[in-house]
Design a protein around this ligand. Structure first.
Ligand SMILES: N[C@H](CCC[C@H](N)C(=O)O)C(=O)O
Length: 289
């Protein structure tokens, strides 16, 4: 029987990005990919990301987070899920600041209101081998990659950014004019991305605003993706399309992103919402193998 049976979880969302928070601190349980896939499919616990909390690895941190996608794969970053974890860990306390850790690094979180949090997502990594890409590209503000006919590509020359996870951002005049569901999987699995990639379409609407749609690695289309909003804001500023503070509008709502000059860190501010609390039951894992 799964060790997760009887464990409580929180079903939350960050701007419509579906998040399940599972606190396994104090135990040695490790969620297996097939368990994550079973949880993702069960009514009441569907998620885009499963945020699993483990005992801290680095002194002074509050928890170590493993981030699992619906296909059971693992990510180093999830902005919307990190805000949900910060909500869960500060609930019922007067704490404002938290320090969390993922396999990609440390994240500081600050409570701005009952539901709004700012996460310091760290500094973006911008070298081709840090994304990572399979081939050397000196200029990661636009790499050679295109969709559609060679002489009239529909999408081309994406910017690439690693925010603890790999992102490619295609610049378009109108995000609604493209069917991201149709090309998302192909681009996510393109051989140029040896660890696959999260794929975004970005439309610049002013020097302070972007519209973004995201196809997430290991998930598919989602209503919001915090790390993609950070990656798009960094890429837009690098290209001179916006300043370093932008409002990113996703299907689920808005995130405020600030690529801070002083230390190069990216700050993301946005809301969280608790939908319900539940407990994993044995039947949920009956088919997991
Ligand atoms: N929804 C998340 C990102 C998940 C990224 C994940 N799909 C990956 O494999 O990198 C966010 O708010 O940042």
């Amino acid at each position: 029987m799964s060790a997760l049976v009887g464990r409580p979880f929180l079903k939350m969302n960050g701007l419509g990005n579906e998040i399940v928070v599972l606190d396994l601190r104090g135990s040695r349980i490790r969620v297996q990919p097939e368990e994550a896939r079973a949880i993702a499919q069960a009514p009441g616990s569907q998620f885009d990301q499963l945020m699993v909390l483990h005992d801290p690895r680095t002194p002074g941190t509050d928890a170590f987070m493993r981030i699992l996608n619906t296909d059971g794969s693992e990510s180093g970053a999830c902005g919307n899920g990190t805000r949900c974890v910060a909500w869960a860990l500060t609930r019922g306390t007067d704490r404002k600041d938290l320090l969390l850790e993922t396999k990609a690094g440390l994240l500081t979180c600050r409570r701005e209101s009952d539901v709004d949090f700012t996460v310091d997502m760290g500094a973006p990594r911008l070298r081709w081998d840090e994304i990572p890409l399979a081939e050397e590209f000196r200029d990661t503000t636009g790499i050679e990659l295109q969709v559609g006919p060679i002489d009239a590509p529909v999408l081309h020359t994406p910017s690439v950014v690693n925010m603890g996870n790999p992102h490619a951002i295609f610049w378009v005049d109108d995000v609604e004019a493209h069917d991201l569901a149709r090309v998302g999987s192909l681009l996510e699995h393109h051989p140029i991305f040896p660890e696959r990639a999260n794929i975004s379409l970005a439309q610049v609407t002013s020097p302070e605003s972007l519209i973004l749609k995201v196809w997430e690695r290991g998930v598919g289309l989602t209503r919001a993706c915090g790390s993609a909003a950070c990656a798009a804001a960094v890429a837009a500023a690098r290209k001179g399309l916006t300043g370093r503070k932008v409002r990113v509008t996703l299907p689920g709502g808005d995130l405020l992103i600030h690529w801070r000059e002083s230390d190069g860190h990216v700050l993301m501010t946005g809301p969280t919402e608790l939908e319900h609390e539940g407990v994993f039951t044995a039947d949920l894992f009956a088919g997991a193998a």
